[in-house]
Design a protein around this ligand. Structure first.
Ligand code: BGC
Length: 737
């Protein structure tokens, strides 16, 4: 009680009279050194709760992760506020990566929607669910550019493209943080993992990266900058070392660039144990040296390694870490708590009506799963019409846990709508549904049920096969060297294709898999990623034509693992990849070395991917025409307007994602062939036409030139507007001084 009075006496006048900085300084001036260090310490709340309470009571904790029981959180908060020496509220954090209770499609799937508005709205719903359970800090969005599908965490980000990742990361930040962080329904977002983590060597998680500064600035920084510009309250440093320096101890990155160049004034939190991680990296002799390097680099909060807690006292006493460095880190933590309104009301918001699994939240999750689904092939079989009997099969047809995808910490699989449940519900008595999973799970190797499968397939008008990856096959520390379908899934599809019935294959997976053969033998192919709670309904509605697919690939699908890394915005190179069909029989025996020409291709696979970035089909067709530019010459501070007419030339309503790419042939440094610089979802009725206008600020064409400055370079540029990254309508313009 005494402490409560102290809390009120200390903080209330500050809120009434002070500005943010003054309030922070006033709090800081009343804190002991131990209170300050406590604010920089974040621990996992799972485990011995009594021990945790002791730490909180002693003021040794600033933030707690992974408790989602509001009653427990309120009790911990009460201890912090009323019983700890400085009475500073705790900040409760969680990996709220794609949905909370209602699980959204994995972020890679969300990226396929190219729908910022919906991604933002779904993120807002997620914030409403998570804050209802007391979470005010989400470790998301993740915006690591990933060009290697072997890397299990490709599932968690927005794919291979810098521009798309930035736009969607900003959308999630806006959704999580709302109009104001102090809204009890808002939670602080965390842009992660800064930086380059997705470029891990060979797709092996946590591995070394070697990204030169130019590529950092052109490819890896921009999504983080977009998140910071959207007001993202925190940034998480990554596990990897880049060019010899672990991110968590990289002062250039966290202080010079993030804070100095971009003006970020939020909190930098380490990744799990990544302060102490400097020791196994070989970048620090012990935790003490690691703490010294990381706090001076600009990592404010130490997630779970206790390196700050145990070492800052002696580091400051010995003069190795200036007190001002500690104070500055504490200021940032206090500022975040203040912006979240925790000093006003530290407790979990009390919801009049619960939003958990509520209808509007589920509906948005369903629409997002629908928009995330990419149709990769359709030989006139979808949508199903006039069928009387469908065989539904495959290990993902009824896998309520697996379809939720990685980082499903809070979603409950009993709420999952699987494809088989949804199809039964939607088809009612009109269509007979035969169901034979054939394999118990994706790694099941048993072909014992294939005989029965064959006989059922022969009785059906069409076969719907649900295949893919289990949840556990992607995500953190779940990289794969072989990306072909696991278990006997491919064999199962061969059996089905052999039965002569139209075969629709639906993939649910956390990454692009290698699916060339499956694409060849299927009559239609849908790629639904791990679609989340409402995935079954979303897919079922597409299959029966109640929804029209509009998803576009946010990542290139290679033909085989040997092609990786493969991404659309590669550079020109001196020997362009062309010419080979990848057929080894075309190679003459004992001919001169140069007989195959000199191209940047493999001898044994074509130079193209299986499916390119931006690709995705619809039940209707679209024609683009009349590409017009507002100017043929623009200045670096100008805005280029690009107009194009889109027509729905098919028979049903549908949505096209019109994509704008910009490239240039020569510059002070070599540049990508083309880069996405705009996209627009356009929904049209049959025969409807619309002119779409993109406003392209020329400043968005800046890149890191020969002088290492990011600037717009005058010269000749190409524009391509299309429905995927391969081809489209083309034009030119110049940037002049
Ligand atoms: C992951 C982060 C995550 C953190 C906290 C780490 O292992 O890399 O993405 O936010 O754990 O759970």
């Amino acid at each position: 009680m005494k402490r409560l009075v102290t809390f009120i006496l200390l903080f209330v006048p500050l809120f009434v009279f002070g500005g943010e900085d003054e309030r922070i300084e006033a709090i800081l001036s009343r804190m002991s050194f131990e209170d300050k260090v406590g604010q920089l310490n974040q621990l996992d709340g799972r485990g011995d709760i009594e021990k945790l309470k002791k730490e909180i009571r002693a003021g040794r904790l600033g933030s707690v992760m992974n408790i989602v029981d509001p009653a427990v959180l309120d009790e911990l908060q009460r201890i912090a506020v009323e019983e700890s020496p400085a009475g500073i509220p705790l900040l409760f954090a969680r990996d709220v990566v794609h949905g909370f209770k209602t699980v959204l499609p994995i972020p890679l799937g969300q990226a396929a929607s190219f729908d910022e508005e919906l991604v933002e709205r779904a993120a807002r719903n997620t914030a409403a669910e998570a804050t209802e359970c007391g979470i005010r800090w989400a470790f998301a969005p993740m915006m690591d550019i990933a060009r290697d599908p072997r890397w299990g965490r490709i599932a968690e980000g927005f794919g291979e493209d810098t521009y798309l990742a930035g736009r969607l990361a900003a959308a999630v930040v806006r959704g999580y943080q709302g109009e104001s962080l102090s809204d009890p329904m808002s939670m602080a977002a965390c842009a992660k993992h800064f930086v380059g983590y997705g470029a891990a060597e060979g797709g092996r998680d946590y591995n070394t990266t070697y990204i030169p500064e130019r590529q950092l600035r052109d490819t890896y920084f921009p999504p983080f900058r977009a998140a910071v510009e959207a007001g993202c309250a925190s940034v998480m440093s990554s596990f990897n070392d880049n060019d010899g320096v672990p991110a968590t101890g990289n002062r250039w990155l966290l202080t010079d660039v993030l804070r100095g160049e971009w003006g970020f004034d939020g909190v930098v939190v380490s990744d799990w144990g990544s302060v102490a991680g400097l020791v196994p990296h070989g970048a620090a002799a012990d935790k003490r040296e690691a703490a010294k390097k990381c706090i001076t680099a600009g990592t404010d909060m130490d997630m779970s390694s206790r390196s700050y807690l145990l070492n800052l006292r002696s580091l400051v006493d010995s003069g190795e870490v200036p007190m001002e460095v500690v104070d500055e880190a504490v200021r940032r933590v206090l500022r975040l708590k203040m912006r979240l309104g925790l000093f006003d009301n530290p407790y979990t918001r009390k919801a009049a009506t619960s939003v958990l699994y509520s209808e509007p939240v589920l509906d948005d999750a369903c629409t997002l799963a629908q928009e995330a689904t990419v149709m990769l092939k359709n030989e006139g079989v979808l949508p199903l019409t006039g069928v009387r009997r469908i065989l539904v099969t495959g290990p993902m047809a009824d896998a309520p846990y697996d379809q939720l995808g990685t980082w499903t910490l809070d979603g409950d699989k009993t709420h999952t709508l699987t494809p088989i449940t949804a199809l039964r519900e939607l088809c009612g008595d009109d269509v007979e549904i035969l169901y034979e999973p054939a394999l118990t799970h994706c790694r099941d190797n048993s072909t014992a049920r294939f005989g029965r499968l064959r006989s059922l397939a022969r009785k059906a008008d069409v076969v719907l096969a649900f295949v893919g990856e289990e949840q556990i096959m992607s995500g953190e520390a779940h990289s794969l060297a072989d990306l072909t379908l696991q278990g006997a899934q491919s064999e199962m599809l061969e059996v089905l294709a052999d039965c002569g019935r139209p075969l629709v294959t639906v993939f649910m997976a956390g990454r692009p898999l290698i699916i060339g053969r499956e694409a060849e033998i299927s009559d239609a192919l849908l790629y639904a990623w791990h679609p989340g709670t409402m995935g079954g309904k979303a897919i079922a509605e597409i299959v029966i034509g109640r929804a029209n697919p509009s998803g576009k690939l946010p990542v290139t699908f290679p033909r085989c693992v040997g092609q990786i890394p493969m991404y659309y915005n590669h550079k020109h190179t001196s020997h362009i990849a062309r010419g080979t069909e990848g057929n080894l029989d075309d190679i003459p025996r004992e001919a001169v070395q140069s007989v195959m020409g000199h191209t940047s291709s493999y001898l044994d696979v074509p130079p193209t991917p299986l499916f390119p970035f931006g690709f995705g089909l619809s039940y209707t067709t679209f024609v683009l025409s009349g590409l017009e530019l507002s100017d043929t010459e623009v200045t670096a501070d100008g805005v280029l307007k690009v107009r194009v007419t889109v027509e729905n030339s098919g028979k049903v309503a549908g949505t096209e994602v019109v994509q704008l790419y910009v490239g240039r042939k020569s510059a002070s440094v070599t540049r990508p062939m083309k880069e996405l610089k705009g996209f627009r979802r356009v929904t049209l009725a049959p025969a409807e036409k619309r002119t779409v206008e993109f406003e392209l600020p020329v400043s968005e064409l800046a890149f890191c030139g020969a002088d290492m400055r990011v600037a717009v370079e005058p010269g000749a540029y190409t524009i391509m507007v299309g429905t995927d990254s391969r081809d489209g309508l083309k034009s030119r313009f110049s940037i002049v001084k």
